[in-house]
Ligand binder design. Structure first.
Ligand SMILES: Cc1cc2nc3c(=O)[nH]c(=O)nc-3n(C[C@H](O)[C@H](O)[C@H](O)COP(=O)(O)OP(=O)(O)OC[C@H]3O[C@@H](n4cnc5c(N)ncnc54)[C@H](O)[C@@H]3O)c2cc1C
Length: 428
C-alpha cells in the first residue's frame, strides 16, 4: 500500500488524524507504533502549517505556562510601546476580546501549579523521543548544550536572573555568564551583549527535519497519508465517525483533530467552542551568515537564533491576528535582520532570505488542548500548543496514543481537556 494516497476512495481505519503538522504526524506515528491503523488527512506535505520553519528550539526549560502572574502587565506594556514583544492586529482586535479576557483571568499562580506537571511531561517525553529518533539514525540537525538568553542591558540581565531563580524551583537548570565568559564562548557577539543566562538542558533542531523524520517513521509503521482537506466530521454514536474530505469519505473508530489554528473551525459544528487564537511570527534563514556556537534568545531584541546546517535562522514576532493573515512582510524581515545585527556581527548588507510566517495555535491558559470532545467522545483534539509545538509534539503524540489505547495518563487529564473551556468561569 502506498504511503501517500492521491485518488478518490472510501477507506476505513482505526484512527483518522486531521492535520499533518508536527502534532498530527506525532500522534499518527505513536498510534501506529502501538498497532493502530492510521490515516493522516493533510492537503500538501504539511509545510503549509507552522511546524516546518520555526526556530526549532527544544525547550524542556519552558515548564511554566505563558499565562502566569505578571504576564498581563507585561502584555499591556508591550501593546503601548513601539515594536513590543506582543501585538494585536487591529483588524482582529474586536474578535480577540474574549480570548484576551480569558488570558487575563488565567494568568495566575494556580494556573502555573496546574500546568507545570503537564508541560513538564510533554516536553521531557519529547526530549526522549527526539533522542530516540536521533539514535535510530534520523537526521535532525540536533544540537545539545543549552540555549543562551543573551542580554544587552543590565535591567534585562537582572530580570532573566530573577526568572532563572523562579524556574529553579521547578527544577530548571540555568547558568549565568558574565560578559567575559559570554564573549569567550561566542566570539560572534558584538560588545552590545553584556551577559547571558544559559538554559542548560535546552537544545535546537531543524523543525522541518523533525517533521520529516516523524512522518517517515509513521509511514514505516503503516500510516497512510491522504492528500486531502477534511471538510466535516460526522460522529456516528460514541464508537465511530465519518470524516468527509475533499477526496471522499473515511470511516474510522476515532478522529484526532490536530489542525493547528484551524482546529476550532472543524470542532465548532460538534458543539465545541475552542479558544485557539492565531499568534503570528516570522522567520528568515540566512544561508551565508556566520553562525554562533549555541542557539540563542536575544532578550531585548526579542529574537531567537538557530544555527542550522541550512543557515542561520532568525525568528521573531508574536502578533495575535486572523488565521488568513499569512502574507510575508518584507519590512518585517528586514527589521528582524536589523535587530539581530545589533548583537551579532553580521556582514554589512546582509539581506533577508527564505522568509516565512507561521501561526502559533495559542490558548488563553497557555496549555494545549488534548482529549475527547464532551459532545462527541470519539473525536479527540490535539492542538493549542502555542509557542511550544515542536518542543512538545512527539510527547503529545505519545499522550494521545495512550488516550486512544485507554491507558492512564501520568498527569491530571482534566487540566488539558477540551471541556475545561465550557465550564462556568472557565477563564479561571
Ligand atoms: C515564528 C515561530 C517560531 C516558533 N518557534 C518554536 C520553537 O522554537 N520551538 C517550539 O517548540 N515551537 C515553536 N513555534 C511553535 C510551533 O511552530 C507550533 O506550536 C507548532 O508548529 C504547531 O503545530 P501543529 O501541528 O499544531 O500545527 P501546524 O503545524 O500549523 O499544522 C496544522 C496542519 O493542519 C492542516 N489543516 C488545517 N485545516 C485542515 C483541514 N481542514 N483538513 C486537513 N488538514 C488541515 C494544515 O495544512 C497544517 O499543516 C514557533 C512558531 C512560530 C510562528
Amino acid at each position: 500500500m502506498p504511503s501517500v494516497v492521491t485518488h478518490t476512495a472510501v477507506r476505513s481505519a482505526d484512527v483518522a488524524v486531521i492535520g499533518g503538522g508536527i502534532i498530527g504526524r506525532s500522534v499518527a506515528s505513536s498510534a501506529a507504533r502501538r498497532g493502530m491503523s492510521v490515516i493522516v488527512v493533510e492537503p500538501g506535505a504539511g509545510t503549509f502549517g507552522t511546524s516546518s520553519a520555526n526556530a526549532g528550539h527544544l525547550v524542556p526549560s519552558h515548564v511554566v505556562p505563558f499565562a502566569s502572574p505578571g504576564m498581563v502587565r507585561a502584555g499591556l506594556h508591550s501593546l503601548l510601546v513601539r515594536d513590543g514583544a506582543f501585538a494585536v492586529a487591529p483588524r482582529a482586535a474586536v474578535g480577540l476580546v474574549p480570548w484576551l479576557w480569558r488570558f487575563a483571568r488565567c494568568s495566575t499562580a494556580a494556573n502555573v501549579q496546574r500546568g507545570v506537571p503537564v508541560l513538564r511531561h510533554l516536553l521531557h517525553t519529547t526530549v526522549q523521543e527526539v533522542r530516540r529518533l536521533a539514535t535510530a539514525g534520523a537526521t535532525l540537525d540536533h544540537r545539545d548544550g543549552g540555549i543562551l538568553q543573551v542580554c544587552s542591558t543590565a535591567a534585562g540581565l537582572q530580570a532573566l536572573r530573577r526568572e532563572a531563580d523562579e524556574w529553579g524551583h521547578w527544577g530548571v537548570r540555568t547558568e549565568v555568564l558574565d560578559s567575559a565568559a559570554l564573549h569567550a564562548a561566542e566570539p560572534l557577539l558584538t560588545m552590545a551583549a553584556i551577559g547571558a543566562v544559559r538554559l542548560v538542558d535546552d537544545a535546537c533542531f531543524d523543525p522541518g527535519l523533525l517533521l520529516a523524520a516523524v512522518t517517515e517513521e509513521g509511514h514505516r509503521h503503516g500510516v497512510v497519508s491522504y492528500d486531502a482537506r477534511a471538510a466535516r466530521i460526522e460522529p456516528r454514536g460514541d464508537r465511530s465517525a465519518r470524516v468527509h474530505t475533499s477526496m471522499g469519505v473515511l470511516d474510522v473508530t476515532r478522529v484526532v483533530v490536530a489542525a493547528g489554528v484551524w482546529t476550532p473551525t472543524l470542532c465548532r459544528p460538534l458543539g465545541a467552542r475552542l479558544p485557539i487564537a492565531s499568534a503570528r511570527g516570522n522567520s528568515v534563514t540566512l544561508p551565508d551568515a556566520p553562525k554562533p556556537n549555541s542557539p540563542m534568545l536575544l532578550h531585548e531584541q526579542r529574537l531567537a537564533l538557530s544555527p542550522l546546517t541550512q543557515g542561520l535562522r532568525v525568528t521573531g514576532g508574536y502578533r495575535l491576528t486572523r488565521h488568513e493573515d499569512r502574507a510575508v512582510s518584507s519590512l518585517r524581515s528586514h527589521e528582524i535582520v536589523r535587530r539581530a545585527g545589533q548583537v551579532l556581527d553580521l556582514p554589512v548588507g546582509t539581506q533577508p532570505s527564505n522568509e516565512w510566517t507561521g501561526l502559533r495555535p495559542a490558548t488563553p491558559d497557555g496549555l494545549p488542548i488534548v482529549g475527547a470532545l464532551p459532545n462527541a467522545p470519539c473525536v479527540l483534539v490535539a492542538s493549542g500548543h502555542g509557542m511550544l509545538g515542536s518542543s512538545s509534539g512527539p510527547g503529545t503524540g505519545e499522550v494521545v496514543a495512550a488516550l486512544l489505547a485507554g491507558d492512564e495518563l501520568p498527569f491530571d487529564p482534566t487540566v488539558v481537556a477540551p471541556g475545561r473551556f465550557a465550564r462556568k468561569g472557565s477563564g479561571r
